[in-house]
Design a protein around this ligand. Structure first.
Ligand SMILES: Nc1ncnc2c1ncn2[C@@H]1O[C@H](COP(=O)(O)OP(=O)(O)OP(=O)(O)O)[C@@H](O)[C@H]1O
Ligand SMILES: [Mg+2]
Length: 669
């Protein structure tokens, strides 16, 4: 079974030439037992192991034994393995610049041997004899063992008691050792891992792939990785994350994408208060890298509260010559040749994955139920393990459901969505004109789409029972002026109407502003002059900000100019928000702008301002909605990117399944 990995070409262990030694990042590599574990597991993986077994005593301080079934070490090379700067992995500068193995410095075993009592037992592939080398005495003797290598490290820091004092309790050191193996395990589903402590099996992750990752079919690798993620991080991680798979368009000499980012990104709801489930790998190596973590974080910017930490496992695969792994003695840091390229790739990869509304994804899945955010099993199961999200809807965002005729059983006989959206323009009890206007565009879009549909005889007709295909279901009631209750196939859907509408308005504003004008400048938001300017008593700060930011205000669809030294007049507002309180809108935008430098209203600030504007434009609590309006909002959510979260990262909807309802009422027990 282990033949495929261990049939690696054997390279001799040689001492590196001095000029190469001087090129290698030098420094302390062993800080605690977990550092030894990391180095020894690296070695086992480089040797093509399919199974790695650790045995520890006293958190690794008394004993760390790492056993593998890799290609082993030849008898005559055992003493060289303990020498400083002796390695089989590189031989010259070119090798160093394109290193694809975990190790390359030829330092680890020598460093470990200098601070502990070490022994290597090994039987090389294809040979019948095994040998043990005692690191302290240099004695070499035959032993019995199967193919592979065991390195035993006893009494860490025995000769440096001062360093031993810095170690924490056995339990803490053990936890660090396990974490170290976990990081390896998350990248290598083709290798099995077992950890024993004081004679007890404390962790075991079985091998999920029979062939080495590099040789396996992509689908098999993905399935194996899902299995491994579930085994190591728990099935919740899998259930609450979505698949990331992004390729650069450029290809390398082997006609493969020059850069690939894949793995899984947790849905915003799965975020945690600590950043303890963020795993980044570059060419299979676990790294802590600011470029990667910043890129991943910025992909969540729009859907996650700043205090929350997303969860993810991201694997960046790229040409080894484009990343320098020789920057830190423990190799935990890397330097990219083009860090901007990597940043953008990671950001796009994660952002695109998160953008698609999950309601639609859930409805498309075989067992829709598994994907909806559940109310009881918080946070919910969104996307089944192997489910792939459909591509996010392309612009226009407000297509909703074109030309749907509501069925009699939906209680809305004969209405089209376009008719329904029209109701937003003059709601029966309109205390919130902005919301009405917010949906006027929906009406336009949907009417247009409806028209298109009618002109296109090839458009397939929709199935009769429409609400079956509406992921967020059919609205049935409004609760306390805050929530919309809807019924879908899975049970009850509860929507926070302000939060949901806020996201919809926000995404619309973003789309409008991101359209580039013919001359290449940023497209301003469509603006509508006020017949009678709205004036208000302004502070000197507000007046100064309005004067300093005329161009930015124009981009935001606002015209605010001094009326008198202490009065500002709002002369135009964004069309989308035309019916709201112009003064309130102007004040909050000025307050935001005051915090930013006039010349650099960067993307982030712009989005914050649009978010503030959207909040003003969204339907307010206690505004009574008709069933038609509620349905229009649900359809809009289904068609809007990121609509599962409000602008502040809170969920906009929850699913309470029939099963959960039955559970509440003890039915079927
Ligand atoms: N488990 C193992 N199986 C087979 N060969 C091994 C094993 N461990 C070490 N070796 C051999 O011993 C050599 C020295 O190992 P060591 O870990 O000191 O250096 P390295 O892995 O080459 O580089 P680094 O210092 O970056 O880890 C390796 O290059 C490899 O040839
Ligand atoms: Mg090594």
């Amino acid at each position: 079974m282990n033949a495929p990995h261990s049939s690696l070409p054997r390279r001799p262990i040689r001492e590196l030439p001095d000029e190469l030694i001087s090129q290698i990042a030098a420094g302390e590599v062993v800080e605690r037992p977990a550092s030894v574990v990391r180095e020894l597991v690296d070695n086992a993986l480089d040797a093509g192991a399919t199974q790695v077994t650790l045995r520890l005593l006293a958190g690794g301080v008394r004993l760390i034994s790492v056993e593998d079934d890799g290609q082993g070490i030849l008898r005559d090379e055992l003493p060289i393995a303990f020498k400083r700067h002796a390695t089989s992995k590189i031989g010259n500068l070119r090798d160093l610049e394109s290193v694809a193995t975990m190790g390359f410095r030829g330092e680890a075993l020598a460093a470990i041997n200098s601070i502990a009592d070490c022994a290597i037992l090994s039987r090389a592939s294809g040979l019948n004899d095994a040998f043990l080398l005692d690191g302290r005495t240099g004695e070499l003797r035959p032993v019995a063992r199967g193919q592979g290598t065991t390195v035993e490290v006893k009494e860490l820091f025995y000769s440096t008691p001062a360093r031993r004092k810095f170690l924490k309790t056995d339990a803490t050191e053990l936890a660090h050792c396990i974490e170290s193996v976990r990081r390896h395990a998350l990248a290598r589903p083709d290798v099995g891992f077992a950890i024993w402590h004081e004679g007890k099996l404390v962790e075991q992750w079985r091998r999920c792939l029979d062939t080495p990752m590099a040789d396996a079919a992509p689908d098999a690798v993905i399935a194996a990785l899902d299995q491994r993620l579930s085994d190591v991080l728990g099935p919740e991680f899998l259930a609450q994350s979505v698949r990331v798979d992004w390729h650069s368009k450029q290809t390398n000499e082997f006609n493969q994408p020059a850069l690939r980012v894949w793995g899984r990104a947790g849905v915003p709801d799965a975020a945690r208060s600590r950043a303890d489930q963020q795993f980044c790998y570059v060419n299979g190596r676990f790294v802590r890298d600011k470029v990667l973590t910043h890129a991943a974080r910025s992909a969540y910017e729009d859907v996650l509260h700043r205090n929350r930490q997303p969860v993810y496992t991201l694997y960046v695969a790229m040409d080894p010559t484009r990343v320098d792994v020789n920057v830190h003695p423990t190799k935990i840091e890397v330097r990219f040749r083009d860090s901007r390229e990597v940043h953008q790739a990671v950001r796009h990869a994660v952002e695109d994955t998160l953008a698609a509304p999950r309601a639609a994804a859930a409805a498309g899945a075989a067992d829709g139920q598994a994907n909806a955010p559940s109310l009881l099993a918080q946070p919910g199961n969104y996307v089944s393990g192997l489910g792939v999200l459909p591509k996010a809807p392309a612009a226009p965002m407000y297509s909703a459901q074109p030309a749907i005729k509501f069925e009699a059983n939906a209680g809305l006989i004969g209405h089209r969505v376009s008719d329904i959206s029209a109701l937003w323009q003059s709601p029966p009890n309109n205390q919130d004109g902005w919301a009405a206007e917010g949906f006027a565009q929906v009406k336009e879009e949907t009417a247009k789409r409806a028209g298109d549909t009618e002109q296109n005889p090839l458009q397939p007709s929709r199935p009769a029972n429409k609400e079956e295909v509406w992921p967020l279901g059919r609205a049935i009631a409004q609760l306390q002026g805050v929530y919309i209750l809807a019924e879908n196939n899975q049970g009850l859907v509860i929507v926070d109407m302000h939060a949901a509408h806020e996201r919809i308005v926000y995404e619309r504003l973003k789309t409008q502003i991101s359209l580039t004008a013919p001359d290449g400048s940023v497209h301003p938001l469509a603006s509508q002059p006020l017949l009678i300017p709205a004036t208000f008593a302004a502070t000197p700060d507000e007046v100064a900000t309005a004067e300093a930011h005329v161009a930015t205000l124009h981009t935001l669809g606002l015209e605010i100019s001094p009326f008198s030294p202490k009065t500002l007049a709002v002369r135009a507002v964004p069309t989308t928000l035309a019916q709201g309180d112009a003064v309130e809108l102007a004040r909050s935008v000025l307050a935001e702008l005051a915090q930013h430098d006039a010349s650099t209203v960067i993307q982030r600030a712009q989005n914050e301002i649009l978010g503030t504007m959207a909040c003003h434009g969204a339907v307010r609590a206690n505004r009574k909605l008709t069933v038609e309006e509620m349905n229009a909002l649900l359809r809009d959510m289904e068609a809007t990117e990121r609509s599962d979260q409000c602008n502040h990262g809170r969920p906009t909807w929850r699913q309470l399944t029939l099963k959960e309802l039955d559970g509440l009422f003890l039915r079927g027990r």
